[in-house]
Write a protein that binds this ligand. Structure first.
Ligand code: SF4
Length: 292
């Protein structure tokens, strides 16, 4: 049984920079990370072991007990950062530059009189940061949300996308919006980030070669779920796991080629553990005597 890793997989530079900052020993136990540093349970456990506090809801200020707070790679609205510093916290900002590009893009669209629309998940911390400084906006996630645009009655739309969306999904939605009679003009900047695109391209290429794909990443990781969707669209059996301990040997019976990919929050050591465990399963399957 052959085992192949996708050409692009695992932690992106934005998440890695944020993890490195959070792991700085100087912080000790005087740091609260607001808004999910990474959607990865192993990284969050290591941080807790270092004494770092984690607050998932960026607006839950009352839960922050430390002087120092850190904004994650997902970013936050300027109003949120100001609230934190007004409350006496020292703010360390690990917002990914590619998320900040989305903030800048949508603000410049508003300045040019476009009505702001974000394609993404309403409750995702990144999306909440993108719209957090806007007075009026829409977040749409699928075609069932198109009626929100019809109801809003805005004729010039400025559209950006959450950085971790599936490229085809965003483009499909934008083409549907362009066809709406109630809309005169659509100014779309596709802000899906390059590391997300690279992982989607790599998983698509690998899916053409394998008969099973193992997708590693947190169950709450948006971009990991998109990698699973890409496999499903290609009718490739895909298993989403968070760690090697969830692998089931039965999945690999009668399989010739296994692919491995991982979302942008998945650390290298987690991928290596899964890779090693699958190679071990492959050796065990090959060592079994063939019965006729
Ligand atoms: S997924 Fe993209 S936008 Fe998000 S942290 Fe990584 S590089 Fe930055």
């Amino acid at each position: 049984m052959k085992v192949s890793l996708a050409n692009a997989l695992g932690t992106c530079f934005g998440v890695q920079d944020a993890i490195n900052l959070a792991m700085t020993p100087d912080f000790g136990a005087d740091l609260t990370i607001v808004g999910q540093l990474v959607h990865n349970p192993q990284v969050n456990e290591s941080l807790k072991k270092n004494g770092v506090s984690l607050v998932n809801d960026i607006d839950a200020m009352d839960q922050i007990k430390t002087k120092k707070v850190m904004i994650t790679a997902h970013g936050a609205a300027e109003t949120t950062k100001k609230k934190l510093s007004d409350a006496g916290h020292t703010v360390f900002d690990a917002s990914c530059p590619l998320v900040m590009r989305v903030h800048k893009t949508i603000k410049s669209m508003v300045q040019k009189d476009y009505f702001p629309v974000v394609i993404g998940q309403q409750d995702h911390v990144e999306v909440r940061g993108i719209v957090g400084d806007l007075e009026d906006f829409l977040v749409i996630n699928d075609v069932s949300d198109l009626e929100k645009i019809e109801q809003a009655g805005k004729r010039r739309l400025g559209i950006v996308s959450q950085t971790t969306l599936q490229v085809e999904k965003a483009e499909h939605l934008v083409s549907k919006i362009r066809n709406l009679e109630c809309v005169d003009e659509v100014y779309f900047v596709n802000t899906i980030c390059q590391p997300t695109r690279d992982r989607q391209i790599a998983v698509r290429d690998l899916a053409d070669q394998v008969d099973i794909m193992i997708v590693i990443g947190g169950y709450n990781s948006s971009n990991t779920k998109k990698l699973v969707q890409v496999c499903e669209e290609k009718n490739i059996q895909a298993h989403h796991i968070e760690s090697f301990s969830q692998l089931d040997g039965v999945w690999f019976h009668n399989k010739n080629h296994v692919g491995i990919t991982a979302g942008t929050s998945t650390p290298e050591y987690v991928i290596n553990e899964v890779h090693e465990a699958i190679l071990k399963i492959a050796r065990e399957i090959e060592a079994k005597p063939v019965t006729h």
